[in-house]
Design a protein around this ligand. Structure first.
Ligand code: PMP
Ligand code: GLN
Length: 399
């Protein structure tokens, strides 16, 4: 079909006002740049090695034996909902009823979209920790709500942290929801028990809903992941979101989920049913098996990534970047100012040409452009040899 050059029906643009500010996602742009230039892609966060073969075989068995090839049940297959509830119990001691308190989604991305579309009225304010994952701003906009950023800033120890007073001051009578992400992409910050307790107190005090994006829950290198839903007063007001993509290295399968009290799950399901209705049929069977993998799996996955974090941290430091040590996730945020660079976006666009590596400019995750202008994010979920080669290439920047 030919692409129309002028909008039909007058001069009105096709893309509505809510989405007009959002161009192509930075991940698509930078992965295309990596492919075009044959660069090492430390931009988009996906592993270059697939997850466990036994889980891939479980998916293949499901397809071949006809399980999940037709529309699965709207809330997700019972086996997966049961496995998700068992996971919450096993790792956090949280009890959820698989039938009324668990919802399977098309990745965390759909869970975020469905939650915001279901829970927000136009004009509501949503507080999100800046820099924020790109889909948050778009989904808040699609819901007709307003985002209020609270900026994480590096403290003297080189770790990003949350200013609790800033968070408290951001709450207004219009605030409906806090959208939290811990472990935090792109900074690698992990909210502490004390920070989460203060957030819980604020949410109860101001009667706020909280949506927690916990997709990196199993990637914590320092401290531990604490689900907010387990804190006093939070169970009935928290929609917890996670996904199999990161934990099991199958980002293309798009199996995510929500755990929350029945009334919240039911609200989110109302939106979800009109977004995808259902998804990932056979993969749901495989992820049900993945969630039940022994503790060893989770521990060695984390240990492997901790080693990779150290390789890339050392390489980026040697190359002259200021490195903010991530406590979790598989990303490192750096500052390019010590290299005499002033703009992360231009730096990232030129980097393939300069040394054959792709990274992500954090500025796209900020409303406050100045705060993020010289920050650049690097993914370390890649094979060791690839990271070593990237480090070698980045070393040229310092020479
Ligand atoms: N939230 C964050 C913070 C992410 O980094 C990502 C990317 N994986 C997602 C949500 C989306 O997860 P999924 O691929 O399961 O949709
Ligand atoms: N979550 C991944 C990242 O932050 C990318 C996912 C996507 O491309 N939307 O790199």
């Amino acid at each position: 079909m030919a692409v129309m050059s002028a909008p039909a029906g007058g001069s009105r643009p096709f893309l509505n006002r809510r989405l007009a500010a959002f161009g192509t996602t930075i991940f698509a742009e930078m992965s295309a740049l990596a492919a075009r230039t044959g660069s090492i892609n430390l931009g988009q966060g996906f592993p270059d090695t697939d997850g466990p073969a036994e889980i891939a075989e479980a998916a293949s068995r499901a397809v071949l034996s006809g399980r999940g090839n037709q529309y699965p049940p709207g809330p997700g297959i019972p086996e997966l909902r049961t496995a998700i509830a068992a996971h919450q119990q096993r790792f956090y001691g949280l009890t959820y009823d698989p039938d009324s308190e668990v919802l399977v989604t098309a990745g965390a991305t759909e869970a975020i979209a469905a939650s915001l579309l279901a829970l927000l009225e136009p004009g509501d304010e949503v507080i999100a920790l800046e820099p924020f994952y790109d889909s948050y701003a778009a989904c808040i906009a699609m819901a007709g709500a307003t985002r209020i950023p609270v900026t994480l800033r590096p403290s003297a120890d080189g770790i990003f942290s949350l200013d609790l007073d800033e968070l408290r001051n951001a709450v207004t009578p219009r605030t409906r929801l806090l959208l939290l992400n811990t472990p935090h992409n792109p900074t690698g910050a992990v909210l502490t028990g004390a920070e989460l307790a203060a957030i819980a107190e604020l949410a109860v005090d101001r009667d706020l809903l909280v949506v927690t994006d916990e997709v990196y829950e199993h990637l914590v290198f320092e401290g531990s992941h604490i689900p907010l839903a387990g804190l006093p007063g939070m169970r009935e007001r928290t929609v917890a979101i996670s996904s199999a993509g990161k934990t099991f290295s199958f980002t293309g399968w798009k199996v995510g989920w929500v755990t929350a009290a029945p009334a919240l799950v039911s609200a989110v399901r109302s939106a979800k049913q009109f977004l995808t209705y259902v998804s990932s049929g056979p993969f749901q069977y495989a992820i049900a098996e993945a969630l039940a993998l022994p503790d060893d799996y989770y521990a060695s996955f984390r240990a492997d990534l901790a080693r990779k974090r150290d390789i890339l941290t050392a390489g980026l430091t040697a190359a002259g970047f200021e490195v903010y040590r991530p406590q979790g996730t598989y990303f490192i945020t750096t500052d390019i100012a010590p290299l005499g660079e002033k703009d992360g976006l231009s730096f990232c666009r030129a980097l393939p040409e300069r040394c054959g590596v792709v990274a992500i400019p954090n500025a796209v995750f900020y409303d406050d452009q100045e705060a993020g202008r010289t920050q650049v994010r690097w993914a370390f979920c890649k094979r060791t040899a690839v990271l070593q080669e990237a480090v070698e290439r980045l070393g040229r920047l310092a020479r």
